[in-house]
Design a protein around this ligand. Structure first.
Ligand code: NAG
Ligand code: NAG
Ligand code: NAG
Ligand code: NAG
Ligand code: NAG
Ligand code: NAG
Ligand code: NAG
Ligand code: NAG
Ligand code: NAG
Ligand code: NAG
Ligand code: NAG
Ligand code: NAG
Length: 586
């Protein structure tokens, strides 16, 4: 086949994953109390209505003692069922924002039998990660008065949140974080009855009509956490007397508020430890009021329109562990002051208009330029850093052994800068490295074999540099977890024996303009998980082997330059019209 073909096999779904908050850990109660017959029958009915393809409820019914069934927890004195821990044991999304097949196999579908009401002592219900196919959250749940903890996040419900939930006056935790945005509320009047509520997560529930959302949450005096991310909220009140003065977590991200400024009442929440206002439209300078929130450990202002320099008072926030100022219009140079933020584990300053005052001394994060250039030993106070994102920050200089100062570094992202020189062999000693992005720089020389030691590496971007020479099996020796490898735009030559079986299973690979041909690389046959594969312009003059050729998903879009295409023996589905567009084929 012609070497200039790009294969995009599946589309990528975007999903927002927000995982926070903890709740009291309740030990598994004794399994040797025996359960009540009424409750046993109720559980059996519940099981009947749940579709359980992976047999997670296989133990239900095996013996008389339902306290011994999986996910069922009884009071260790009375034998009453007090908890149903039925959440999906797997994480919903793999690294590429596609619900993994394994996860889908584990979820419950079907419906919830009202026999649940026979569990008169149920305090804890967790059905997280199910797929109830868009049916409404059952109204009768509002009658399980004993509930203190209700977690229906990512459970596949749809429609109106039943106001009956307002009858659950014992609730401490309500999590309806929905992910699919199919659930909505007309108003939050019902919520005002839940006066014991400590944790409220309605993220991705459509609250665009619930104009009373602030007024109602403000009447709940016990609230410690509010998560209203992606709720289609339009407006934040400018002035308010806030009741939730003990609030420690406030997440109002992804709402596109019309407010240009962060309203003042937020600065009165001086017990806040976590504030997430990312993905909104706030602009201007970082408001002075933020100085009041000096207990913050987590501050996320990613993707707003702040356009000042970074104020020096921010460097007094010595408790900060997570700071994301990425994708704004902050300008000025990256100051030495960041050295004072010694608790930082994550720092993201990517994609602003930050520059270095002096060429080649850009940035002074532990004096970054010294780190990049190995001069005297600066000593690094930021030695807790695990994630450092400085994409597009006009960083000059070379990568040097000084990077080892960041000994806990797991994620390092320096794309779209002007980093030159070669990759130091010592990089292989950054043993915690999980993601590395050096794409779009001027890195030259060969790829050090030591990279093959980075056994935790999952994602590696090296595209569009000036790397050259040979890449061999040694470069991947221990990269068993590698899922993404993008290194297009470097004249590298891959030399692997025809028998090579790589230690990894890649989902995304881009090696455009490498030298791979003329034979189709046989090791690709071992890779079964591709969602994206680009091996264009690699000098392959061969046919795609049959065993590799089982593409599924929608038909690819075609470039007008393709004149012959054989898609036989595949599992494509969807409309044929896809073939005729040209969006992906430039
Ligand atoms: C459970 O069984 C153990 C011994 O098998 C016993 O010591 C314990 O008291 C029992 N617990 C209850 C709550 O009956
Ligand atoms: C239930 O009890 C049986 C026998 O005592 C034991 O083999 C089994 O593992 C228990 N199941 C659970 C879920 O605890
Ligand atoms: C029963 O459970 C409570 C808490 O749930 C625990 O404190 C207590 O020790 C348990 N009793 C027995 C006998 O296991
Ligand atoms: C709901 O369950 C998920 C998965 O177990 C968990 O991550 C989340 O923190 C829970 N929500 C609350 C408020 O506890
Ligand atoms: C439950 O809530 C509904 C609607 O809010 C209400 O009409 C009903 O009286 C409540 N039931 C109880 C038992 O509180
Ligand atoms: C604060 O909460 C109390 C009781 O929940 C309520 O009466 C009061 O109106 C609330 N204040 C505001 C400003 O909403
Ligand atoms: C920031 O943006 C605002 C609103 O667009 C504008 O009025 C102001 O001049 C900008 N300030 C700077 C320093 O760029
Ligand atoms: C900051 O806190 C002080 C003292 O608690 C308070 O007087 C002041 O109004 C607060 N500033 C803002 C902007 O909320
Ligand atoms: C950083 O901390 C040092 C020592 O505590 C202090 O002298 C300096 O002013 C601080 N720098 C900034 C920018 O806050
Ligand atoms: C960082 O180090 C470079 C090279 O040693 C030096 O020229 C520069 O002034 C230092 N920058 C700061 C802010 O200390
Ligand atoms: C890499 O580029 C630098 C200039 O930035 C040059 O001095 C060096 O010789 C180059 N190294 C290789 C191996 O091409
Ligand atoms: C890979 O890991 C093994 C075991 O951890 C180690 O013995 C070996 O030296 C490593 N190989 C490379 C190339 O890093």
């Amino acid at each position: 086949m012609a070497g200039s073909m790009r294969v995009v096999v599946t589309s990528v779904f975007l999903a927002l994953l927000i995982e926070t908050s903890t709740f009291e850990y309740v030990c598994a109660a004794n399994r040797n109390v025996s359960c009540h017959e009424v409750e046993r029958q109720a559980l059996l009915k519940l099981k009947q209505d749940l579709i359980d393809p992976s047999g997670r409820l296989a133990s239900w019914g095996n013996n008389l003692n339902c306290c011994n069934w999986s996910g069922v927890i009884c009071d260790n004195l009375t034998g009453n069922v007090i908890q149903l821990r039925l959440r999906n044991p797997l994480d919903p999304y793999n690294g590429f924002y596609i619900p993994s097949e394994a996860y889908a196999k584990m979820w419950f579908s079907g419906k919830i039998n009202p026999s649940l009401l026979d569990l008169k002592h149920l305090r804890y219900l967790d059905l997280r990660g199910s797929n109830f196919g868009g049916i409404q959250i059952p109204e009768f749940l509002g009658s399980v008065h004993t509930l203190r903890y209700l977690n229906l996040s990512a459970a596949g419900f749809g429609g109106l949140v039943p106001p009956q939930l307002g009858n659950l006056t014992n609730l401490h935790v309500l999590d309806l974080h929905d992910f699919s945005s199919l659930v909505y509320a007309e108003n939050l009047q019902w919520l005002s009855h839940l006066v014991k509520l400590k944790i409220l997560d309605l993220s991705s529930v459509d609250l665009s009509k619930a104009s009373d959302w602030f007024q109602v949450t403000n009447t709940l005096p016990s609230l410690v956490e509010i998560h209203l991310s992606g709720c289609q909220l339009h407006r934040l009140p400018l002035q308010a007397d806030v009741n939730f003065s003990s609030l420690s977590i406030l997440d109002l991200s992804s709402n596109s508020f019309s407010n240009p400024l962060i309203p003042g009442w937020i600065f009165k929440l001086n017990s806040l430890v976590s504030l997430d206002l990312s993905h909104n439209n706030f602009q201007g300078q970082l408001p002075h009021g933020l100085r009041n929130l000096s207990s913050l450990r987590y501050l996320n202002l990613y993707w707003n329109n702040f356009n000042s320099s970074i104020p020096s008072w921010l460097y007094g926030f010595t408790s900060l562990e997570f700071l994301n100022l990425g994708s704004n219009y902050f300008h000025g140079s990256i100051s030495n002051g960041f050295q004072n933020l010694t608790s930082l584990t994550t720092l993201d300053l990517s994609d602003n208009e930050l520059t270095g005052a002096v060429p080649n001394s850009m940035g002074s994060l532990c004096n970054l330029s010294e780190i990049l250039q190995a001069s005297s030993s600066p000593g690094c106070l930021l030695n807790r850093l695990e994630s450092l994102y400085l994409d597009s920050c006009e960083i000059f200089g070379h990568l040097t052994d000084r990077l080892l100062l960041f000994k806990n570094l797991a994620d390092l992202s320096l794309s779209r800068n002007s980093i030159s020189g070669s990759i130091p062999v010592s990089l292989g000693l950054l043993a915690s490295l999980r993601t590395l992005d050096l794409s779009q720089n001027r890195v030259n020389g060969t790829l050090p074999e030591s990279i093959g030691q980075l056994w935790k590496m999952e994602k590696l971007w090296l595209s569009h540099n000036m790397l050259e020479g040979v890449v061999s099996e040694v470069h991947f020796a221990n990269l068993t977890r590698l899922r993404l490898f993008q290194a297009s735009g470097n004249p590298l030559v891959l030399e692997a024996s025809p028998e090579w079986v790589p230690p990894f299973q890649l989902g995304v690979m881009a090696l455009s303009s490498w030298h791979l041909g003329p034979k189709f690389p046989s090791w690709l046959r071992s890779q079964r998980d591709f969602v994206y594969l680009d091996i264009s312009v690699t000098g392959i003059i061969d046919t795609i082997p049959n065993c590799f050729n089982h593409f599924d998903g929608p038909l690819p879009c075609l470039s007008s330059k393709v004149n012959t295409l054989d898609l036989s023996n595949n599992l494509f589905s969807g409309p044929i019209s896809n073939l005729l567009c040209s969006k992906y084929w430039m």
